[in-house]
Design a protein. Structure first.
Lengths: 465, 326
């Protein structure tokens, strides 16, 4: 701050400029925190805040001065309108569902200044997305561009208007990813096409969908936008058994961290299945836990971000563990070999943010033909009688694939016949055991796997009764 | 008139001049199930899968053979049986180490009456053991989360040379035991010590590929075996050489599997084969029927039916195997 040159400075409206003087004393010592006396050439543009700062109040250009320690410093300030950024709760909106949009003021480097008010909204694809009373309302399956305008600036965002679920459905010999509207059972092709794949997982932000493309010698996790565009491999090949880069291994069960920045999945690149974490931004990969741990399934707590691992023990028991997202703190929360739990096998745990309560599917270890049901599992409950609560009754000779809704209020599941791989209906149950009628898939599709795209504000309407 | 004696092979063949031979024939059978010291779901055929369900794999087998067609007209019936247990452990992700232990061997022989010598029945029993070690490394794993898919592995086994048995013979009022301990009795043949039987060391190495599906199980292995040289001619053959082994099972019901095993020249599925005189023991290619039960992958029971002489009209062999991932 010793310069006496006229320094140019760019600010956006609403931004506060607070210079600080540093006075160098004899003996190379410095004195910090010297508050200068500020003045502005145009007090309408730059106004003192009273705390040594100057507020950029209006767009324009002026000169401000700071006096202190016997010196004067001058800046030529250009004040511009702040940017605006669309801030939607999710990039996905179910058909018929409203969404309240929001916009933020940002400065020149993109930092958030605050919520933008007085913004007007417009849909460039009104047949897909309608703007009504300040709400965005999905009208039909498709991708719409929404424009937010305010203060002379604007920003645009893409909104994917889809169904409630993204489902892997088999038609003939091919399994593709499509979207399902629960109210009518319609299976829709994704706007940009339905890629071949299964095991979908929707990022909490709705910006990406991870899924698995199965193959003969390898299965790989892929990413796509919710509309089916920008399909690409999620992770590069890693060295396999004996360090060889054959690419002959499989990846399964993608799942997202709560912030959507980390993608977890199971890989047997090293021989046995373990959890790998992929940072979406940097592409960095790491394996969680010991390589000797064989993990069959896992889930991520949407609140804590911790992982719940299912590790099969023997042929008739599964243990459940928690592990932190950094790979530390492996703790067993459920001892499948405990006779108190016998003879049931609890698999595919889903954490949904309700403490240690999980949703899992259950089968009889010694009589698998009795079929599978879905239960609420509270492994840490002090009350043994309250550790398991049935949600969905078992049916003989059945298997189940299940997914918990984003709010944790509902379980959607596929129940198929043993030996099969799909079913023509999807069931929806409330966590309070409220039975919702099954949704028959139109078009002769067989559902194999499913994930929630978004949850309606009034889920039961249009679906039940 | 047919008289029932309860001697081992050794007593009868011993009179023909080969006590050690006969003893070896009897005791060598004890080495049989120990060869399956690695996890396997089709009896006798290795599998490329390592115990991914857990860190260990346990297996128990009961092996019984009955022969009723002999090249020696004085021998009408013979049977033997043994119990084996194996346990294998997964180290890391792909390495499996296993150990097999075989014990409780028993033998039963029915002789034609020896009217000329008027000798009373001879009972000959034995208790023995065998230990076998194995290692397997999975080099390819294309299985899904339920373990269905293709795997490949390399493996090696080793059985040390040993003198495995304590034998006890009884004829009339007399009893004899290995080591020459004379407990009583009379007679020129039985007065001497019962000799020990040395079984040569054996090793094998091979490759195996496995497929596991919800309805189909298949294993194909190529194994090369060798046995150590001994000063005396080995009476227990490890059937050295290279053999192709294959097993195929199909689930035909909720928990019922039906299939078969095939093995080429070399060690048959139950491991080592003794050289038995009086019967046509084969080291040639042969097949077995296999029936299985068990709804869960990683646990089940297998029943294998074969013939030790290559002729179901003269012999039958039954092996029951129970396995479980632990």
């Amino acid at each position: 701050m010793y310069s006496r040159r006229l320094v140019k400075l760019r600010l956006v409206r609403g931004q506060v400029f607070t210079p600080e003087l540093m006075v160098r004393l004899p003996g190379d010592e410095t004195l910090l925190g010297v508050e200068p006396r500020m003045s502005s050439g145009d007090s309408l543009l730059m106004q003192p805040t009273g705390r040594g700062g100057m507020l950029a109040a209006r767009e324009g250009r002026t000169v401000i001065e700071a006096e202190g320690a016997g010196r004067t410093f001058r800046w030529e300030v250009t004040i511009e309108s702040p940017g605006i950024r669309v801030d939607l709760p999710s990039a996905v909106l179910p058909v018929g569902e409203p969404m309240r949009p929001a916009a933020l003021h940002v400065d020149l480097d993109g930092s958030i200044l605050g919520e933008a008010t007085g913004v007007t909204w417009e849909s460039l694809d009104p047949s897909v997305l309608e703007v009504r009373d300040g709400l965005l309302i999905g009208r039909s399956i498709g991708v719409a561009t929404v424009v937010a305008r305010g203060g002379g600036v604007e920003d645009r965002a893409r909104v994917n208007v889809l169904g409630d679920l993204i489902v892997a459905v088999r038609s003939g010999r091919e399994t593709t990813l499509r979207t399902l509207t629960l109210d009518d059972g319609e299976v829709h092709e994704l706007p940009a096409g339905s890629p071949r794949g299964t095991e979908p997982a929707v990022a909490p932000t709705g910006e990406w969908v991870a899924f698995v493309v199965p193959g003969l010698l390898s299965s790989r996790v892929h990413l796509m936008r919710p509309d089916g565009s920008e399909v690409r491999r999620a992770a590069p090949d890693v060295p396999g058994i004996l360090g060889l880069r054959t690419g002959w291994y499989r990846e399964h069960r993608p799942a997202w961290s709560p912030d959507g920045q980390t993608l977890y999945f199971l890989s047997n690149a090293g021989g046995g299945y373990g959890v790998w974490a992929l940072e979406i931004g940097s592409g960095e990969m790491r394996r969680l836990g010991s390589p000797s741990h064989h993990v069959r399934a896992f889930s991520i707590d949407p609140v804590s971000g911790d992982l719940v691992l299912e590790r099969t023990r023997g042929s008739e028991a599964s243990d459940l563990f928690t592990i932190r997202s950094d790979g530390t703190g492996l703790t067993r929360i459920f001892d499948g070999g405990d006779t108190a739990w016998y003879p049931y096998l609890y698999q595919d745990p889903v954490a949904f943010g309700e403490g240690n309560t999980l949703v899992a599917r259950r089968s009889n270890a010694f009589h698998p033909a009795l079929g599978e049901d879905v239960v609420l599992l509270r492994p840490m409950s002090a009350n043994p009688a309250g550790r398991v609560a049935a949600l969905v009754p078992a049916e003989p000779e059945s298997w189940i694939r299940h997914a918990v809704s984003p709010s944790g209020g509902y379980v959607a599941f596929i129940r198929g016949r043993r030996g099969g791989s799909g079913a023509a209906r999807i069931h929806l149950y409330g966590m309070d055991r409220e039975v919702v009628r099954p949704v028959e898939l139109e078009g002769g599709f067989q559902a194999e796997a499913l994930a929630w795209l978004a949850e309606r504000s009034r889920m039961l309407q249009g679906v039940v009764r | 008139m047919t008289r029932l004696h309860i001697p081992t092979w050794s007593s009868r063949l011993g009179r023909a001049g080969g006590w050690p031979v006969a003893t070896a024939l009897l005791l060598s059978a004890m080495a049989a199930p120990a060869a399956a010291q690695l996890s396997s779901t089709i009896p006798g055929v290795p599998t490329a899968a390592v115990p991914t369900l857990s860190r260990s794999w346990g297996q128990a087998s009961l092996d019984m053979a009955l022969r009723w067609e002999s090249t020696d007209p004085r021998i009408r019936r013979a049977g033997d049986g043994r119990i084996g247990i194996t346990r294998s452990y997964r180290i890391g992700q792909n390495l499996e180490l296993g150990v097999g232990f075989t014990a409780a061997d028993a033998s039963l022989v029915l002789w034609e009456p020896d009217e000329t010598e008027e000798r009373p029945a001879l009972w000959d029993g034995s208790v023995g053991y065998d230990v076998s070690l194995g290692a397997k490394y999975r080099v390819l794993s294309l299985v899904d989360l339920d373990g269905h898919g293709l795997e490949a592995a390399v493996f090696a086994t080793f059985s040390p040379a040993h003198e495995p048995a304590v034998r006890v013979r009884q004829r009339g009022e007399g009893e004899w035991q290995t080591g020459g301990l004379l407990l009583g009795g009379e007679g020129e043949e039985e007065a001497g010590a019962l000799p020990l039987v040395r079984v040569p060391a054996a090793s094998s190495a091979g490759i195996v590929a496995s497929y596991r599906g919800s309805r189909l199980l298949a294993d194909v292995a190529l194994e090369h075996s060798r046995e150590s040289d001994m000063e005396e001619a080995p009476w227990v053959r490890r059937w050295p050489g290279t053999s192709l082994q294959a097993g195929l099972m199909v689930r035909v019901g909720r928990a019922l599997h039906v299939g078969g095993s095939y093995w080429g020249e070399g060690a048959p599925p139950w491991g080592n084969a003794p050289v038995r005189e009086g019967f046509e023991e084969v080291g040639d290619a042969s097949v077995a029927l296999v029936f299985g039960s068990g709804e869960r992958r990683g646990a089940g029971t297998r029943l294998m039916v074969s013939t030790p002489t290559g002729d179901f009209g003269g012999s039958v062999r039954i092996m029951i195997v129970n396995f479980r991932a632990r």
